[in-house]
Design a protein around this ligand. Structure first.
Ligand code: MRU
Length: 332
């Protein structure tokens, strides 16, 4: 496993794995400034809710090292992407810690807190893997082979380490279970290719499908469970994830297949009452490709959708599997 994000030069800069060049090329980008960090998040060189949060935390440290004001740093990073709440969670945590400190100590404190956020994300995801593992062990005990469907990329690439939705899959594979993953392409940005790349590297059997093949595979009983990541979970359990997730949840429900969300507690937005209040990122129409250019056709490109809590069997967190209707009992 490569590092998605790491400090270099003893803490003066940050190196990220450029996800826009994967899976065809493995390249790293050095972030030296606040604007480098904001750019990396905005153009999706880093992506996935937990990794966006960790990058934002390091972005605060980079901004302070440049002598920028904390207000400007927080506003710049907060404006990069709207849906993944881990971004705002990380910024709020940095602000809380830094505000308590005298100006002179802030730079060092910012690096320390960013390191802590990164370290805790890796640990949380490892725990998600262990908490999700019994779900897959139960399927294996019943029938041997496990077929999991996922959407987008919620593997180690989307986090500091281990991944969220893929963490239980890696845990099952490492425990010697026979697990196969249906990976949906995830139009228009094709994050499914990143998932396929990760799984191939780890030797986990998988099959890439077009997004719209999911219903067919479900009705053919070729899927035992669906596990996806999350970008923001509202207090009532409604969950925003990459657009197309909701359709998978509906199809899974129609065929009696359990649908789980895997995410760290930092992805729960306790201040957001329900899915209707989750901001949905609208991305550049150009992402849909050039085929409609010049036709006078309007293009909408919402990047996320919201799966109602009632369709979610459970949320696999670092604290265990929480039924979505019990989220109110979780402490932030
Ligand atoms: O737009 P992206 O690629 O940042 O969206 C990522 C997803 O939707 C992931 O499935 C989600 O962030 C889960 S991250 C572990």
């Amino acid at each position: 496993m490569l590092a998605t994000i790491a400090e270099v030069d003893g803490g003066g800069a940050v190196m990220i794995l450029d996800q826009n060049r994967l899976p065809h090329e493995t390249a790293f980008v050095r972030l030296n400034t606040l604007s480098d960090a904001a750019h990396a998040i905005r153009v999706m060189q880093v992506r996935g809710a937990p990794l966006i949060g960790a990058t934002a935390a390091y972005g605060v440290a980079l901004g302070l090292a440049e002598g920028q004001s904390l207000d400007l740093i927080l506003a710049t990073l907060a404006a990069t992407r709207p849906t993944a709440v881990n971004l705002h969670w990380a910024l709020a945590r940095m602000e809380r810690v830094l505000e308590k400190s005298a100006l002179a100590g802030r730079q060092q404190l910012a690096w320390e807190e960013a390191r802590a956020i990164a370290r805790e994300d890796a640990a949380a995801n490892a725990a998600i893997g262990q908490h999700g593992l019994p779900l897959l062990q139960a399927i294996a005990a019943r029938q041997g082979k496990i077929n999991v469907m996922t959407h987008c990329n919620a593997g180690w690439l989307a986090t500091v380490a281990h991944g969220t939705a893929l963490a239980p899959i890696y845990a099952a594979h490492n425990a010697g279970l026979t697990v196969h993953v249906w990976v949906s392409e995830t139009r228009p940005r094709n994050q499914g290719l990143l998932t396929a790349w990760e799984l191939a590297q780890a030797g986990v059997p998988h099959t890439l499908i077009v997004d719209n093949a999911a219903g067919l595979l479900l009705i053919q009983s070729k899927v035992d469970c669906v596990i996806v990541g999350a970008d923001r979970i509202a207090a009532n359990g409604d969950t925003a994830n990459k657009v197309g997730t909701y359709l998978k949840a509906l199809a899974a429900r129609a065929h009696g297949v359990p649908f789980h969300v895997a995410a760290p507690v930092s992805t729960i937005d306790f201040a957001c009452p329900d899915g209707a209040h989750i901001p949905i990122e609208e991305r550049d129409p150009a992402e849909l490709g050039a085929s409609s250019a010049g036709m006078g056709t309007a293009i909408a490109n919402p990047a996320f959708d919201v799966t109602p809590a009632g369709l979610i069997a459970g949320i696999i967190t670092e604290r265990g599997i929480i039924p979505s209707y019990q989220l109110a009992t979780v402490k932030p």
